[in-house]
Design a protein around this ligand. Structure first.
Ligand code: UDP
Ligand code: MG
Length: 320
């Protein structure tokens, strides 16, 4: 049994249990350092024990063997292994479903989420009136300028389009109460965009700033292509803005047709021949886009309904 393993197999009644959920995809190089650092950090937390829920997201390296080894030597370590790569969002969902802690925290396996913050996060949830305490990444040092630019632009657009609080730097590294964890589990939609889900379920969140560090070992799993897909997923899962934008473009075309018509009339060219064709093309395209957008609005209503999200989420009850 490891130096770090205390004999914790069941939750003790007088102590809290913190579930540390770690999605892992090809993390054989990073996992040993992660485990050492995280196990060291939780030693310092008074009043709570922890369990690790590692989720192997269909890794093709030795990640499953390493996780098996962790769970054999430390009873606090549990793991699930997916049959193939389902993505980080699926891994986080599976981890949360299998976590039994009073508090749950998501952490990346590459030590980009500093384990030293766990103690402060637990203190905040225990002593202040918050259901969630999250890391706020203050900078993007060590990242390519192109990726920084694209990410910043994306968070700017999605913030405006979805009217949800999903700013740059507000990632998945967060500890939450059981109430918040349960409400996240109630959202059973297939296309899961966790940052949107955190924001959707509400609850007061305290942000603790931290500096970006380069991953401890191994490589990032995100290519520009997968980031673009992720960005589109985020926008389409939480917003009907693209369909509204099509409507706005349709209106713009209609106004342009009107303005062009007035211009041709006032300039004495009259509305026949080529000027008429120009105005008709603009107007007809405008009408088409407007109707497509209306259709899109009906479809997106149906799409949002199909997610069967809870209509409300209760934080506390009294006097029932
Ligand atoms: N991850 C995962 N499934 C995937 C991609 C990533 O479980 O399909 C995990 C990965 O192992 C890591 C975390 O998600 O623990 C964050 O991934 P990464 O460090 O590659 O992302 P970045 O920090 O570059 O955004
Ligand atoms: Mg990383």
């Amino acid at each position: 049994m490891s130096d770090y393993a205390e004999n914790i197999t069941e939750k003790k009644p007088d102590r809290d249990l913190i579930s540390i959920i770690v999605p892992c995809y090809n993390e054989e190089k990073a996992l040993p350092a992660f485990y050492r650092a995280a196990a060291d950090a939780v030693k310092d937390i008074r009043g709570a024990d922890c369990e690790f829920i590692f989720v192997d997201d269909g890794s093709r390296d030795n990640t499953p063997e390493i996780l098996e080894h962790f769970s054999a030597m430390d009873p606090r370590c549990r793991y699930l292994s997916f049959s193939r790569n389902f993505g980080k969002e699926a891994a986080m969902y599976a981890g949360l479903q299998n976590a039994s802690g009073d508090y749950c925290v998501f952490m990346d396996a590459d030590l980009q989420h500093p384990p030293e913050l766990l103690k402060e996060m637990y203190r905040v949830l225990k002593t202040e009136d918050y259901d969630c305490c999250a890391g706020l990444r203050e900078d993007r040092s060590g990242e390519s300028p192109l990726r920084t630019f694209l990410s910043r632009s994306f968070y700017h657009i999605i913030g405006k389009a979805c009217r949800l609080d999903m700013g740059d730097g507000k990632g998945d590294f967060r500890m939450m109460s059981r109430a918040m964890a349960d409400s996240i589990l109630e959202l059973k939609e297939y296309n899961r965009y966790m940052k949107g889900i955190f924001s959707f379920v509400g609850f007061e969140t305290k942000w603790i700033p931290f500096h970006n560090v380069e991953r401890t070992a191994g490589e990032t799993k995100w290519s520009l292509r997968s980031l673009f897909r992720y960005a589109m997923d985020g926008i389409l899962s939480f917003s009907t803005a693209p369909s509204t934008a099509a409507g706005a473009a349709g209106m713009l075309l209609l106004f342009t047709a009107l303005a062009a018509g007035i211009f041709f009339l006032l300039s004495g060219q009259g509305l026949s021949g080529i000027p008429l064709v120009i105005c008709l093309i603009l107007a007809l395209n405008g009408v088409q886009m407007l109707f497509l957008s209306i259709l899109g609005q009906y479809m997106s209503k149906e799409y949002m309904e199909s997610k069967r999200r809870p209509i409300y989420i209760v934080k506390k009850k009294g006097g029932f």
